[in-house]
Design a protein around this ligand. Structure first.
Ligand SMILES: *Cc1c(COP(=O)(O)O)cnc(C)c1O
Length: 417
């Protein structure tokens, strides 16, 4: 017997348990937070709202957000279409596991594979970058029957135990050794080292087309081509970790498209859901078919709420946002290059699209603090690189404000200031 559903109140009219964003100060929230967080961090900010490229803290202070939750808030904060899609989907259906079909997830996947390059045509959906990479490794093991992985120095594959062996930074890895296996690391860009690391035990080569955590290093296309050749020569797969660089951030849907090198597997997460957690392991049909039935799974992965958010992100990307990224990214890059040209403290400006790094000859923590003092939030990538991974909706004016603030922060921290 089926009854017509009760009418659902509009999302902003329904009473909720959410606290009033003006109900506590930054100091209150930091003190209360300190009692229960894991102890991994020492938070200094308490944000309660966002609007576009702006983050607003509990005291009402506004910041230009060049960090975007580390390349996550691709459409900026409180994007009207994304917020509406999530609210509507919450009123329809939040959960539906991947062993059932769902209208929103299917629409999202169709959109995704209109954008993703061949031969990628199947996806396993999860909830984070680490999970997307773990799934990639399992599929590579299933497809090759091998368990050795070649990764790159400075590379970052995530922090869970399954991918930690492929994360280069010893500070992340060594406290947790022994790990389940050891990655073979080669110098990023060094074709000779890559070829020397290859043999017929290798299941896959794992490469970020633009290294993110490692300091914003775009790959030389010749290195990605060499990785393709080396994988093919040894019957191994090529996995591009696009968790940070993918989803339009570099001005193409996936960063490896620029090099014209096909992947067997590409992983996505950070920007794909615009802030709603989602991970995706994109695969060729051959790779997908290698996993035995029931060989992998997830409870939450690909749920309709996350799929609704990703669908909006994908529609925006397909609707001109990637052209915008190329245009504004080139403007921001030109302004940073001009700043670097007469600033001896800057060693180099690197990056693609709106994934940019400014390497200094000094540690950047004081500069980042000075930037915050000027109302701009950025993040480091290693000790000496200021990373800019803003919302993809950043305008030229926002980019100008960012560079002006960086010039101001340089003056604030000048040795003779
Ligand atoms: C952030 C990141 C990961 C890990 O993603 P999580 O969602 O934090 O697990 C993996 N690879 C790259 C390139 C990343 O930038």
């Amino acid at each position: 017997m089926s009854e017509p559903p009760e009418p659902v109140p509009a999302p902003d009219a329904a009473p909720t348990a959410l606290p009033d964003p003006a109900g506590a100060s930054v100091a209150d929230l930091l003190a209360r937070d300190a009692a229960h967080h894991s102890g991994l961090w020492a938070p200094r900010h308490a944000f309660v709202r966002g609007e576009g490229v702006t983050l607003i803290d509990a005291d009402g202070r506004r910041y230009l957000d060049l960090m975007a939750g580390i390349a996550v808030a691709s459409l900026g904060h409180a994007h009207p279409r994304l917020a509406a899609a999530v609210a509507q989907q919450a009123q329809r259906l939040i959960t539906a596991p991947q062993n059932q079909a769902n209208d929103v997830r299917t629409a999202m996947l169709e959109r995704l594979f209109e954008l993703a390059p061949a031969p990628l045509e199947r996806a396993f959906l999860s909830n984070s970058g680490s999970e997307a990479n773990e799934a990639a490794l399992k599929w590579a093991r299933a497809a090759t029957g091998r368990s050795t992985f070649v990764a790159t120095r400075r590379g970052f594959s995530g922090r869970t135990l399954g991918v930690l062996p492929l994360t280069w930074n010893a500070a992340y890895r060594e406290p947790f050794e022994p790990l389940g296996y050891a990655g073979r690391f080669v110098r990023y860009g060094d074709v000779g080292e890559l070829d020397a690391a290859m043999d017929d035990d290798v299941a896959a080569i794992v490469v970020e087309p633009v290294q993110g955590e490692g300091g914003i290093h775009p790959a030389d296309p010749a290195f990605l081509q060499a990785a393709r050749r080396a994988a093919d020569a040894h019957g191994a797969l090529l996995i591009f970790d696009e968790v940070q660089a993918g989803a339009g951030r570099t001005g193409t849907f996936l960063a490896h498209e620029a090099a014209g090198v096909p992947a067997d597997v590409a992983t996505m997460a950070k920007g794909l859901g615009g802030g709603v957690p989602i991970g995706a392991t994109l695969m060729s049909a051959d790779v997908a078919a290698a996993m035995p039935a029931g060989g992998h799974g997830t409870t939450f992965g690909g749920n309709p709420l996350a799929a609704a958010a990703a669908l909006v992100v994908l529609e925006e990307l397909a609707g001109g946002l990637m052209d915008h990224v190329r245009e504004v990214g080139a403007h921001l890059r030109a302004r940073l290059d001009a700043l670097a040209a007469d600033e001896p403290r800057i060693r180099e400006v690197r990056g693609v699209g709106l994934m940019l790094g400014i390497e200094f000859k000094e540690k950047v923590a004081p500069l980042l603090a000075a930037l915050e003092g000027r109302g701009v939030l950025a993040i480091n990538a290693g000790a000496t690189v200021v990373r800019m991974v803003p919302p993809l909706i950043l305008t030229r004016d926002d980019a100008d404000r960012a560079v002006d603030a960086l010039a101001g922060a340089l003056a604030d921290t000048a040795p003779d200031a």
